[in-house]
Design a protein around this ligand. Structure first.
Ligand SMILES: Nc1nc2c(ncn2[C@@H]2O[C@H](COP(=O)(O)OP(=O)(O)O)[C@@H](O)[C@H]2O)c(=O)[nH]1
Ligand SMILES: [Mg+2]
Length: 327
């Protein structure tokens, strides 16, 4: 061994080779450099370590050249659906994520405190909805993966807040979305939305505590409601969060149904969560092809049916229905 390296060096080198993250690799490289004895025989090795260190540091700064970045921000979907919290800087997207889920985002009064999406699971009764906190939608800078995140989400919650005019904030968001051929799905087919891909959306008029005058708050809400469903909320004062949970779930356009075996009670903690419009036969198919094949009829206990009403395969399931499949 020409460089005459101490055994400790090889231990650290082994850790370096096994390290997963760039920051770990960097730490070990720096340790190796520190352990390296100082004499002529190690010059080449030292230069090599320094080169690798500076490469890793460059990568950390995002200077790694085109095509090598992995889309690490496309969050895996969990729960019954994914809602992206989007909006201008400082409207309280991160604060809402923290208030509605167990996630702990950085909350700060500087505009670009959120750099990457962060997911949290929001409980609503017996289901979990995934919420995504995102960086601000401003026109100065947008991460290249942001449009993909918007397209992949099942729905959007547009987070607006005083002191800016909420209608202007809404228009600014729509302008940015339109530049990616996207638009919130309006109550009526919105003029100008032609050719754009729409997503179910609602407005959260956040930081409502900043508008102590209820008439002012109501005025803004009425104006916003001409476009989209809009709800007031304040993460700081814990206001409006229960109706918000319900509205975020409703945005996904799902229904919860419960199956029961004849003569047994339904399990209300474990709903089948299915798209609105699903028929009882499609439910049978979701459960198992064999069940669908043998399906004869169903009995339903629900809001739209009388107790245990016998229904045929094309019956459209309603929220809260208890279903007994007969084979
Ligand atoms: N008055 C008031 N301020 C809030 C509320 N929620 C968040 N803030 C403040 O608004 C600033 C931005 O919050 P943050 O959640 O980081 O906003 P984001 O940039 O949209 O993620 C912070 O200083 C928060 O303390 C709220 O409900 N009411
Ligand atoms: Mg944030």
């Amino acid at each position: 061994m020409p460089a005459n390296l101490p055994p400790q060096y090889f231990e650290v080198e082994k850790r370096y080779r096994e390290a997963r993250s760039a920051s770990e690799k960097l730490r070990y490289l720096e340790e190796m450099l520190a352990i390296m004895p100082k004499h002529k025989g190690t010059d080449k090795l030292k230069a090599d370590l320094r080169r690798r260190i500076s490469q890793l540091k460059d990568q950390g700064r995002g200077r790694q050249g085109p095509g090598r970045r992995t889309p690490a921000f496309l969050v895996d979907k969990e729960g019954v659906g994914q809602v992206a919290l989007i909006g201008p800087p400082n409207t309280g997207k991160s604060s809402l994520l923290a208030a509605l889920t167990k996630a702990q985002p950085l909350i700060a009064d500087f505009p670009y405190s959120t750099r990457t999406p962060l997911a949290g699971m929001m409980r609503f009764e017996n289901v979990q909805v995934q919420l995504l906190d995102t960086p601000p939608l401003g026109d100065d800078y947008l991460d290249p993966w942001f449009p993909d995140l918007l397209r992949r989400a099942d729905a959007w919650a547009l987070i607006l807040a005083p002191p800016a005019d909420p209608l202007e904030q809404l228009q600014a968001i729509e302008k940015i979305l339109a530049s990616f051929q996207l638009a919130p799905r309006k109550k009526e087919a919105a003029p100008g939305a032609a050719g754009l891909n729409t997503k179910p959306s609602l407005i959260i008029f956040h930081q409502s505590d900043q508008l102590p005058d209820p008439e002012e708050l109501e005025f803004y809400l009425e104006v916003l409601r001409e476009n989209l469903h809009a709800l007031p909320a304040s993460a700081r004062e814990n206001r409006g969060l229960s109706p918000l949970r319900a509205a975020l779930f409703q945005l996904l356009d799902l229904v919860r149904v419960y199956t029961r075996a004849p003569g047994k009670a339904a399990n209300f903690t474990a709903p089948f969560v299915i798209p609105a419009g699903t028929t009882v036969f499609e439910l049978a198919q979701r459960i198992h092809q064999d069940i669908a094949r043998k399906f004869k009829f169903a009995r339903v206990w629900g809001r739209e049916t009388f107790e245990g009403q016998r229904v045929q395969r094309d019956y459209v399931l309603q929220e809260g229905d208890v279903v007994e499949l007969h084979l």
